[in-house]
Design a protein around this ligand. Structure first.
Ligand SMILES: Cc1cc2nc3c(=O)[nH]c(=O)nc-3n(C[C@H](O)[C@H](O)[C@H](O)COP(=O)(O)OP(=O)(O)OC[C@H]3O[C@@H](n4cnc5c(N)ncnc54)[C@H](O)[C@@H]3O)c2cc1C
Length: 805
C-alpha cells in the first residue's frame, strides 16, 4: 500500500469506487481507495439497481443523466459489463396533486432536453400489460431509464480505476484520521498510514463514524429497506422485450423486471432504523431479517396494482440497510470547516447517482468548484441543528414519505422546532404559519383570525395566497416587521480586514464609516459564490451579512481564504444577534418614536448604518431592505429581542405596524428584481449576466476577476431578465422552460406572484438577443405554455424612490 497519495478515498462501495475511477481517469495520479472488506460489501451489493433520470432537483437530475451515460459506456471502456438494461420507466399518478408534481418534473426535465412524455392510463397499460391501470389519471414515461447490476457496475468501475492507475486496497480499515500542521492528512489504517492532500469519506453506513474521526457529526442513519423477488412469472417469460420500471408513488412501491420475474420494492409506513447507535465495524455483506408484517400493506398495494403478484410466490426477500439523511439526499462536497476533507456519503439512491457523482465530485475536488450547482446535496446545507437526535426524528418521517408528493411550499413538522427567535411565542400568538430554514422557525405568513394555521401544500396558489397579498399591501401602505434573525452574520476585523475583503468581493468595500454595500463573493471562475452585504464600522471592522441557509457554505469560503498572517480576524455573530426588518412608508415614523436620535433622511440616508437605541437596546440599524420600501434592518443582541420588538410595536401602534412573513418578502423581492442566492446567484452565472453587473469593479484585484475578464471579452452567453407571465392559478417556480416561437431558449431561476403589482412574475436566464423588454416568450408551467413578456425590472418602484425617500 502506498504511504503517500494525492487523495485517499475511504470506502469501496459504488460511490467511492466511482470517484476513484473518475479521478484516475481525469488524470490524477496517486489515487488510493481503502476498503475494510470486499468492494460493495456495505449497501451496494444488495441494491435493486434501479436507475432513472427522475429526481426532484434540476441539478441532481443531471447527476442521474451523467450516471446513465457512464454506465452505458463502461463495458466498451473496461471490457467488463455493468449489467445495464434500458427498460424505460413510468411514474404514475392517481390524484390531481400528483399530476401537478409530474407536470413540474416534465417541464424541468424538458429544460434539460430529456426525452420524457405524459402517458395516459391506456398507454401505461400498453407499456406494462401486467399493470392494472384502475384509478390512474396518467403518468410520466422516460424511455431511456433502466437498471444496472450494482456489483458488476462497481467492479467495472474498479477495473477502470485500476487501469488508470488508482490503487484499491481491500481488507484495510481506516482507524483514525489526523491533520498535520502542514495541512496534509494522515489516514491511519490497520495496514499502515497514508499521508495525503485530500480525504474523501465515502464510507456509506459507517460515514458518521469516519466523520467523528475528524470531529464532525453528520446526519446519516441506516434504515432497513426491503424488496421482494418473486418466483418465475410466465407472462414475463413470454415477453420479447423488458418491462419498464414502474414507480407507483401513491402506493409507495416500485416494481421492475429481474430476469424472468419481478422485483417489488417499497417504502413502508414504519421504516425501521437499524443500529441506531452506529453500524458495527465488522458488519459486511449480510442481509437483515425482513419484517414481513411491517411491509404487508405495501405487498397488498403491489398486488392491487400488479395482480399477477397475488398468484406468485416469493423467491427471495432482501432486506438491507440504506443510509438516510434528514431529507433523503446525500451529503457531498467540502466538509465545513475543514480544508481538503470531502464528504460523499448519506446516499439512499447511490446506485442511480454513483456514475454521475463520481464525475462531478472528481471535478469539484480537482478544480475547487463543481461543474454544476450541487447545493442540493452539499453537506453544508445542514447546520449544527441537524445532529444525531434531530436526524432520528426526521428520518422516521422522511422514509415513509419518500414517495409522497414534492411540493414547493411544504414544510414538514417532524423534528421541529429547533432554533427559534426570542419573539417566537409572540409570532405564534399572532397566528404565524411557520417554515423552517436552516433549522430556524420563521413565519411564512400570519393567518387571519379563525383561519387554518396550515398552508395546504400545492403546486398552485395555496390557501395562503390572499393573506400574503394582504401582508404585501400592508407593507406597501403602512409598515411591517419581518423577522430575519436567521441571517448569517460575520464580523471581520483587523488591520488587514479592508484589503482582505476587497479581495473576497468584486465590489469596492465601503470606504466611509457607516456605509453599506452589496458585495457579492465570486468563485475563481467569476461565478456567484455568495450574496453578501458589508457594513463598514470603521477602517478595521466590517459587519458582513449573508443568506441564512448559506451560513456554513459562505463562512467556510471565508475561513479557507483567511490570510495566514493573522491580520484578519473572523467572528461568527449569527447566534448572538437577531435581526428585525422594519419596512413600509410609515417605518421612519415608527422608528422616530422608538429610538433616541435623528433618523431623518438627511441624518440617516439610504445605504448607511447607525448605532441607535431602540427603546433601551443598543442596535445596529442598516437603512437597507429586501422588499423595496423605506425600511431598516435592525440588528440587536439576541437576548434583548423581546425588548426591541416591544419598543417597535409600541411605537408602531398608531401606524398599524404588523408582522409580515417570508412569503410576502419573497413576493416583494421578485417585484424589485432582487437576486436570490442559489436561484439567480449560483455557480453558473456571473454578475455580468445580471442587473448587478455594476458591483463588478475591474480596477482592483479580487477572486474571480480572471473569469470576469474572460467573459467580458467573449460576451455574456445569457442575460437575466424579468418577465410578466400570463399564469392562471399556478405561478412559475423556477426551472420552468422559457421558449421563443416554440424553441427552448432558457430557464426560469425563480418566480411567483407580485401582489403589489398584481402580476405573475418570473426571472430567468436567456440569450441576450431575446432579452429586450417587450419580447414575447412562453414560460412552461406544470407542462403548459403560458405567454410571457420580458419587462424592464424592477416592476415596482423602478426608480427606487420609496426606498430612498
Ligand atoms: C435493499 C436495497 C435496495 C436498494 N436499491 C437501490 C436502487 O434500486 N437504486 C439505488 O440507486 N440505490 C439503491 N439502494 C441504495 C444503494 O445501495 C446505496 O445508496 C449505495 O450502495 C451506497 O453506496 P456507498 O458507496 O455510499 O456505500 P456502501 O455501499 O455502504 O459502501 C461503503 C463502503 O465503505 C467501507 N468502509 C466503511 N468504513 C470504512 C473504514 N473505516 N475503512 C475502510 N472501509 C470502510 C465499507 O466496508 C463499504 O464497503 C438500495 C439499498 C438496499 C439495501
Amino acid at each position: 500500500m502506498k504511504t503517500n497519495a494525492r487523495v485517499a478515498i475511504i470506502g469501496g462501495g459504488a460511490i467511492g469506487v466511482s470517484l476513484a475511477y473518475h479521478l484516475a481517469k481525469y488524470g490524477w495520479e496517486d489515487v488510493v481507495l481503502i476498503e475494510k472488506h470486499e468492494l460493495t460489501s456495505g449497501s451496494t451489493w444488495m441494491a435493486a439497481g434501479n436507475c432513472s433520470y427522475y429526481h426532484p432537483s434540476y441539478y441532481c437530475t443531471q447527476v442521474n443523466m451523467k450516471s446513465i451515460e457512464t454506465f452505458k459506456q463502461l463495458e466498451e471502456e473496461t471490457g467488463q459489463s455493468p449489467g445495464w438494461h434500458t427498460t424505460g420507466s413510468i411514474r404514475t399518478a392517481d390524484n390531481p396533486d400528483r399530476l401537478d408534481e409530474l407536470g413540474y418534473y416534465y417541464s424541468m426535465n424538458r429544460c434539460l432536453g430529456l426525452d420524457v412524455n405524459f402517458v395516459s392510463p391506456e398507454e401505461i397499460g400498453k407499456l406494462h400489460p401486467l399493470l392494472d391501470t384502475n384509478g390512474l389519471l396518467g403518468g410520466l414515461y422516460w424511455p431511456d431509464d433502466g437498471d444496472v447490476d450494482p456489483a458488476s457496475m462497481t467492479q467495472a468501475m474498479a477495473k477502470g480505476a485500476r487501469n488508470y492507475g488508482a490503487e484499491l486496497n481491500l481488507h484495510t480499515q481506516v482507524t483514525a484520521i489526523e491533520q498535520e500542521a502542514s495541512g496534509e492528512w494522515l489516514v491511519k489504517t490497520d495496514k499502515g498510514d497514508i499521508t495525503c492532500e485530500f480525504v474523501v469519506n465515502a464510507a456509506g453506513l459507517w460515514a458518521p463514524e469516519v466523520s467523528k474521526m475528524v470531529g464532525l457529526e453528520i446526519p446519516s442513519i441506516a434504515i432497513a429497506h426491503t424488496h421482494i423477488l418473486y418466483e418465475t412469472i410466465n407472462a414475463v417469460v413470454e415477453r420479447d422485450t423488458m418491462l419498464p420500471l414502474v414507480r407507483d408513488p401513491d402506493r409507495s412501491i416500485y416494481l421492475r423486471q429481474e430476469m424472468d420475474s419481478l422485483i417489488l420494492g417499497m417504502y413502508e409506513a414504519h421504516g425501521q432504523q437499524w443500529k441506531k447507535n452506529g453500524v458495527p465495524w465488522d458488519y459486511a455483506q449480510e442481509e437483515l431479517n425482513p419484517d414481513i408484517d411491517n411491509i404487508a400493506d405495501c405487498i397488498e398495494a403491489g398486488i392491487e396494482r400488479f395482480p399477477v403478484l397475488g398468484e406468485t410466490g416469493f423467491k427471495h426477500v432482501t432486506a438491507g440497510p440504506i443510509t438516510y439523511t434528514p431529507n433523503g439526499d446525500p451529503l457531498v462536497g467540502p466538509a465545513y470547516p475543514l480544508r481538503n476533507f470531502f464528504q460523499a456519503c448519506g446516499y439512499s439512491f447511490g446506485i442511480t447517482q454513483a456514475g454521475g457523482i463520481g464525475h462531478y465530485l472528481a471535478g469539484w475536488i480537482m478544480n475547487g468548484e463543481p461543474e454544476i450547482d450541487l447545493w442540493h446535496v452539499d453537506s453544508r446545507r445542514f447546520g449544527s441543528y441537524a445532529n444525531w437526535a434531530y436526524n432520528h426524528e426526521k428520518i422516521a418521517d422522511t422514509y415513509p414519505r419518500l414517495y409522497s408528493i414534492f411540493f414547493p411550499n411544504e414544510f414538514r413538522d417532524a423534528a421541529r422546532p429547533n432554533r427559534t427567535s426570542p419573539i417566537y411565542e409572540k409570532q405564534k400568538a399572532a397566528n404565524a404559519v411557520f417554515g423552517d430554514y436552516f433549522g430556524w422557525e420563521c413565519p411564512n405568513y400570519f393567518a387571519p383570525e379563525g383561519a387554518d394555521l396550515y398552508e395546504q401544500p400545492s403546486w398552485r396558489r395555496s390557501n395562503a395566497f390572499e393573506q400574503v397579498g394582504r401582508e404585501c399591501t400592508h407593507m406597501m401602505n403602512q409598515a411591517g416587521i419581518i423577522d430575519l434573525t436567521r441571517f448569517a452574520k460575520t464580523w471581520i476585523s483587523g488591520p488587514g480586514a479592508r484589503d482582505w475583503l476587497n479581495r473576497m468581493t468584486c465590489q469596492n468595500v465601503p470606504e466611509k464609516d457607516g456605509q453599506i454595500a452589496l458585495c457579492p463573493m465570486l468563485d475563481y471562475n467569476g461565478n456567484f459564490k455568495s450574496d453578501m452585504t458589508i457594513t463598514r464600522i470603521d477602517a478595521d471592522n466590517y459587519f458582513c451579512v449573508t443568506a441564512s441557509v448559506g451560513k456554513r457554505h459562505d463562512q467556510h469560503w471565508m475561513l479557507l481564504n483567511l490570510s495566514e498572517d493573522g491580520s484578519v480576524q473572523f467572528e461568527d455573530l449569527t447566534y448572538r444577534m437577531g435581526c428585525l426588518v422594519l419596512a413600509g412608508p410609515q417605518s421612519r415614523a415608527v422608528l422616530e418614536k422608538a429610538v433616541y436620535g435623528d433618523v431623518s433622511n438627511a441624518a440617516f440616508p439610504f445605504s448607511s448604518c447607525r448605532e441607535l437605541y431602540v427603546g433601551r437596546t443598543k442596535c445596529r440599524v442598516n437603512r437597507m431592505n429586501y422588499v423595496g420600501e423605506l425600511g431598516y434592518e435592525i440588528f440587536h443582541p439576541i437576548e434583548q429581542q423581546i425588548a426591541v420588538y416591544e419598543a417597535l410595536m409600541a411605537a408602531g401602534q398608531e401606524f398599524d405596524l404588523q408582522m409580515v412573513g417570508m412569503h410576502a418578502m419573497d413576493s416583494m423581492r421578485l417585484e424589485k428584481g432582487y437576486l436570490a442566492w442559489k436561484s439567480e446567484m449560483n455557480v453558473h452565472h456571473t454578475p455580468l449576466e445580471t442587473p448587478i453587473a455594476w458591483t463588478v469593479k475591474l480596477d482592483k484585484d479580487f477572486i474571480g476577476k480572471d473569469g470576469i475578464l474572460k467573459q467580458k471579452e467573449a460576451g455574456v452567453p445569457l442575460q437575466l431578465v424579468g418577465m410578466v407571465v400570463e399564469a392562471k392559478d399556478s405561478d412559475p417556480w423556477g426551472y420552468n422552460p422559457i421558449l421563443k416561437d416554440g424553441e427552448r431558449i432558457g430557464m426560469t431561476s425563480s418566480g411567483g406572484y407580485g401582489h403589489r403589482v398584481g402580476k405573475s412574475i418570473a426571472m430567468g436566464y436567456i440569450p441576450p438577443e431575446h432579452a429586450a423588454p417587450g419580447t414575447v416568450l412562453d414560460v412552461e408551467i406544470l407542462g403548459r405554455l403560458r405567454s410571457a413578456q420580458v419587462v424592464s425590472m424592477p416592476l415596482y418602484d423602478p426608480d427606487n424612490e420609496k426606498m430612498k425617500s
